[in-house]
Design a protein around this ligand. Structure first.
Ligand SMILES: N[C@@H](CCC(=O)N[C@@H](CS)C(=O)NCC(=O)O)C(=O)O
Length: 230
């Protein structure tokens, strides 16, 4: 290429997000994890807004086989699963994994722990509370579900101890864990673990988190489906 010719602009990495979600989900939709990581890394990104309801484009399933958000594109690369996207970003750009190899693996372990050892228990409880609270079977099932969430929260709190972050420095493990625990915001369960309350606050006080949250909220410009009663 001749020197006087402008270098073509690279398309920005892009994350998908919804145009509308009900109030209880605002700030929790998983594109926030990707936005937060991008903000921490100081990287610009684009957002592809998808209709939350109705038809999504035919090729979207090829990029996100579960027809969910987020999907992430970086040049020719299409990724799905927010945890994989976090790991991709942390491996591509310095800043969100510790430099020490052992500590970096500890961060990866904690990222997987957020998704595999904590999230399923929280999700079950949230489903009972949000969608089945009036059903007798859910009322019965809630107590053992809460007990399991309490147990997981205690394990995370004990492992964190007095440390600031799960793997030494702030890392993708903390983005994964904090956004997972945030799903309990409608309950008093995190409040039972003062160490976790401080941890969550420390993380959410980061300007990058606030920018990610503001950006997600600002992108909810759509309307609820017809007949929706919030
Ligand atoms: N394990 C996936 C879960 C993705 C997911 O549950 N996305 C939700 C939003 S937070 C979604 O798109 N829900 C709409 C649907 O399932 O139709 C990830 O972490 O990326």
């Amino acid at each position: 290429m001749q020197e006087d010719q402008p270098v073509p602009a690279q398309p920005l990495p892009t994350v998908t997000a919804f145009d509308w979600v009900p109030d209880f989900a605002r700030g929790l939709v998983r594109d926030i994890k990707v936005r937060w990581a991008m903000e921490e890394l100081g990287l610009r990104y684009g957002v592809e807004i998808l209709p939350a309801f109705g038809e999504r484009s035919a090729d979207y399933l090829a990029r996100q086989p579960f027809d969910q958000v987020p999907a992430f594109s970086d040049g020719p690369l299409d990724l799905f699963e927010s945890g994989a996207i976090l790991l991709y970003l942390a491996q591509k750009h310095p800043g969100l994994l510790p430099a020490d190899e052992g500590a970096a693996w500890k961060a990866r372990c904690w990222l997987f722990a957020a998704y595999a050892s904590v999230e399923p228990f929280i999700t079950r409880l949230i489903i009972y509370d949000l969608f089945h609270a009036d059903k007798a079977w859910a009322k019965e099932a809630r107590e053992p579900a809460v007990a399991l969430v309490r147990q997981k929260l205690k394990r995370v709190a004990d492992a964190l101890g007095d440390a600031e972050w799960l793997a030494g420095i702030f890392s993708v493990a903390d983005i994964a864990m904090v956004t997972t625990l945030e799903n309990l915001r409608g309950t008093a369960l995190v409040a039972e673990q003062p160490g976790l309350v401080r941890y969550m606050q420390r993380a959410k006080d980061r300007p990058a988190f606030q920018r990610a949250l503001d950006a997600q909220l600002a992108d909810f410009t759509g309307s609820p489906p017809e007949g929706w009663d919030n």
